[in-house]
Write a protein that binds this ligand. Structure first.
Ligand code: IMP
Ligand code: MG
Length: 176
């Protein structure tokens, strides 16, 4: 285990309080990036004391390969226009940064009032593009993690904590 459910809950409460303060009197739209951020977004949304809308964006970052290709495919797009809305993109992890780099371009073209990023995890050792993370849960070393929404080959998303995957189990595909 790398990050316990208790530590996650504490951090989520703090992020929710900060976001509540920063977006007071604004119309907030949370964009939950599927599938990895569904657990984090559900907890974070309930830690924010503001009226808000939740949208879902489905992405596949790596296709069938374990190495990031930089090619991001949108598998589910927003259902409601975000023009003039304050958008908060909620991600599970920023690894190479290529997924968010693409998504921020994609969202930016739809004339939102603002776009900010909230990520549960950040793995700076593998960064290939610089992504401004406005709200961050935890910085981690260059290890492959699962749990609290994050998967390996679609499994382990339901673990209530974040765990490091042993190297021998790492040779699998990953997506959103
Ligand atoms: P990127 O390299 O920043 O584009 O990361 C894209 C996506 O890869 C993330 O949103 C995750 O879904 C996935 N990913 C990156 N690192 C990990 C990890 O350690 N565990 C599980 N998924 C990961
Ligand atoms: Mg993801």
């Amino acid at each position: 285990m790398l990050i316990s459910a208790e530590r996650i809950a504490e951090r989520v409460a703090a992020l929710g309080a900060q976001i509540t303060k920063d977006y007071r009197d604004k119309s907030l739209v949370i964009v939950c990036v599927l599938r990895g951020s569904f657990v984090f977004a559900a907890d974070l949304a309930r830690a924010i004391g503001l009226p808000l809308k939740i949208e879902f964006l489905g992405v596949q970052s790596y296709g069938e390969d374990t190495e990031s290709s930089g090619v991001v495919r949108i598998t589910l797009d927003l259902k409601t226009p975000i023009a003039d809305e304050h958008v908060l993109v909620v991600e599970d992890i920023v690894d190479t940064g290529l997924t968010l780099n693409y998504l921020l371009d994609h969202l930016g073209m739809q004339s939102p009032a603002s776009v900010r990023v909230c990520s549960l995890l950040h793995k700076p050792a593998r960064a290939r593009v610089d992504i401004p993370i406005d709200y961050l849960g935890f910085t981690i070393d260059d290890v492959f993690v699962v749990g609290y929404g994050l998967d390996v080959a679609h499994y382990h998303r339901n673990l209530p904590y974040v765990a490091e995957l042993p190297t021998s189990n790492r040779d699998e595909t990953r997506d959103g």
